[in-house]
Design a protein around this ligand. Structure first.
Ligand SMILES: [Fe+2]
Length: 284
C-alpha cells in the first residue's frame, strides 16, 4: 500500500478539502470531531455497543459475508444518541462539502446512513467496493450522488483495520481493479475522517490485533431524490425526530425535496404538504 491520500486539517478552507476530494476521490481530514464531542459520543454509544453481538444476522448471506462476524454495529444512530442527533448529524464540516459535491445535482441533500462500525480483532478486510454500487440501476456515467466518510472514533492504524482506499479510482473505468501499490491506508488520529466519493474504491481494513477494536462511524450523504440505504424515517420515527434540531430533521429526510424552481416537483410529501412543517405543528 504505497499510494497516498491527501491529508488536510478541518480548519483549512473547505474549498481546499473539496479540491483534494475531487482530484483524488478521497481525503483525510484531521480534527473534524473535537475531542470533547468525541468523548461524549463514545460515552453515549459504549453501553449500546456492549449490548450488540458481532455474530448477528443481516439481510441475506451476501451481507453476512460482507460484514463478517467480528463487527459490532449501531445503525439508526440519530435515534439512539442525542450527541449524534443534535451535534454530529448537522455538523457544519459536512455542509460545505455536500453543498459542493452534491449541491449541483439536487435541491437538497440528506443523510444516507450513519452506522457505528466497531471492527473487532480478527475482522477481515472487506472486499474492495464503491459505495454507490448499491444504486446499480442508476445509469452511468452520472454526477456524484454520494459523499461518504468514516469518522475515526479511536486512533486508526493499519493493524486495527484503518480504511483502505484507492486514490483516483473515482475516475477509473468500472472494470479496473487496484493493484496493491495503488492502495492507501487511512491511518489517522481519533476525531479525523476519511471523506470519499461514492465512486471511490475502498474497504474496511483487516484488524490483525489480538485485543483492540477499530471503532469508526460510517456517515454518508446522498442527493435528496435518491432512496437511502437506511430507512431514516423508520429508524428515527417522528416521535424522536420532533425532539431534534430542525436541520437534523431535514437531513433525516423529513423535509420535502423541492425542485419546483428548477422545473421539477416535490418528493416526500405527506398529505401534499411538507412533513417538516407538520412535525413543527405537532401534526406528525
Ligand atoms: Fe464502503
Amino acid at each position: 500500500m504505497s499510494a497516498k491520500i491527501p491529508r488536510l486539517a478541518a480548519a483549512q478552507a473547505s474549498a481546499d478539502i473539496v479540491a483534494a476530494l475531487r482530484e483524488y476521490g478521497a481525503v483525510i481530514v484531521e480534527g473534524v470531531i473535537a475531542a470533547d464531542l468525541r468523548a461524549r459520543f463514545n460515552a453515549e454509544i459504549e453501553p449500546i455497543l456492549e449490548q450488540v453481538s458481532p455474530k448477528r444476522r443481516y439481510l441475506n448471506p451476501a451481507v453476512d459475508l460482507f460484514y463478517g462476524d467480528r463487527v459490532r454495529q449501531i445503525t439508526g444512530v440519530a435515534a439512539r444518541s442525542r450527541v449524534f442527533g443534535e451535534e454530529i448529524l448537522c455538523h457544519p464540516f459536512y455542509a460545505d462539502l455536500c453543498d459542493a459535491i452534491l449541491g449541483p445535482s439536487c435541491s437538497s441533500y440528506q443523510l444516507n446512513v450513519a452506522q457505528v462500525m466497531d471492527r473487532g480483532p480478527g475482522a477481515e478486510q472487506q472486499f474492495l467496493h464503491r459505495d454507490e454500487d448499491v444504486w446499480v440501476h442508476l445509469p452511468r456515467p452520472h454526477p456524484e450522488v454520494q459523499l461518504a466518510s468514516v469518522i475515526a472514533l479511536v486512533d486508526f492504524s493499519a493493524d486495527i483495520g484503518a480504511t483502505v482506499v484507492a486514490p483516483g479510482s473515482h475516475r477509473w473505468a468500472r472494470e479496473r481493479h487496484p493493484t496493491p501499490d495503488e492502495l492507501a491506508c487511512a491511518e489517522m488520529p481519533a476525531g479525523s475522517a476519511v471523506v470519499y466519493l461514492g465512486s471511490t474504491i475502498h474497504a474496511g481494513g483487516r484488524n490483525s490485533t489480538a485485543d483492540r477494536w477499530r471503532r469508526g462511524m460510517h456517515m454518508s450523504f446522498v442527493v435528496g431524490w435518491l432512496r437511502t440505504e437506511d430507512n431514516n424515517y423508520l429508524s428515527t420515527p417522528p416521535q424522536v425526530a420532533r425532539t431534534l434540531p430542525r436541520r437534523s430533521q431535514e437531513l433525516l429526510g423529513y423535509a420535502a425535496h423541492d425542485a419546483i424552481e428548477v422545473g421539477g416537483g416535490y418528493l416526500g410529501t405527506v398529505d401534499l404538504l411538507n412533513p417538516i412543517d407538520l412535525l413543527a405543528q405537532g401534526k406528525l
